[in-house]
Design a protein around this ligand. Sequence first.
Ligand code: CUA
Length: 333
Amino acid sequence: MKQHLFRAIVLILILATGLGYLVYTGFDVFVPRLASAEGVRVDRLLRFQFFLIAAIFSLVVGFAVYAVFAFRRRPGEEGEGMYIHGHSVLEFSWTLVPLIIVLGLSAVTTRDFFWIRRPDHDLLIKVTGQQFTWIFEYPDYGIKSTELVVPTGKRIKFEMRSVDVIHSFWVPEWRIKEDTVPGLTTYIYITPTEEGTFKLRCAELCGVGHATMRAQVRVVSPEEFEAWLAEQAPPTDPVQLGQKLVSQYCASCHSLDGSKKVGPTFLGLFGREVTFTDGTTATVDEAYIQESIRDPRAKVVEGFQPIMPPFGEDRLSDEEIDAIIAFLKTLEK
Ligand code: CUA
């Protein structure tokens, strides 16, 4: 019996060493590079759990594999194997050890969770998820943007809401993910540590445009960030302002080059005659565009789904709609 135990333990140690080495070398290959201070804690826990899983897997599979070979039925053997009942030491230990591991893990997780979500921050960014685009607002600077630009080394609070369905804010390199939920304000804290360009993806199936609901994330030095802030003041020329608003709010669903997206193209839209789902027609003018932004489901163009969310005055002012119209007039075929 002692000999069996010794051999099984050797097999388990070999397995555990191999798998442990795989976790050690494979982690950086399979997990995206780390780019936030909060993510350090996430990776530490994740790595530790992988080692733990490798150890437990080796223990279970090592014993099982050894038993299958060592205690197999040999030619000429008849009847059933030995029947063993009860082993208090073994039963206590396989209850107590996992209990200690699970409690230990939950203690460490709780500590890290509250550390990651502690409320201090240097910069507030409001995130709005909307089918199928992201809008970032820097309330301290009066800036709205579809590109997320953030400085390194500053702890940022992202305050999130959704105007329609559930979306999910996810930059894999930052490790932490959070849903945007209609009717709720959710939040996360991130301190970017690596400069570079990343991709924000929507990680919650939210409709036909889900796969395209991405935004560019640019992490820059604090000096470059200040320079970017200075550049972002809204343009005074209506056509330029309209172009900026269209790229912020409309361009993920309405193309400017004639191609068909979720909604009709804006190329040559102004003055075009359109047919609606009820068979009536109209010529696109100022009043029609105004109505289509405020109440998009009033008239739906044939061949398209009534999925555009309405834009109230809290999101686009009448002046901003006038600027959008001024820009649309420039998009002649
Ligand atoms: Cu928004 Cu998926």
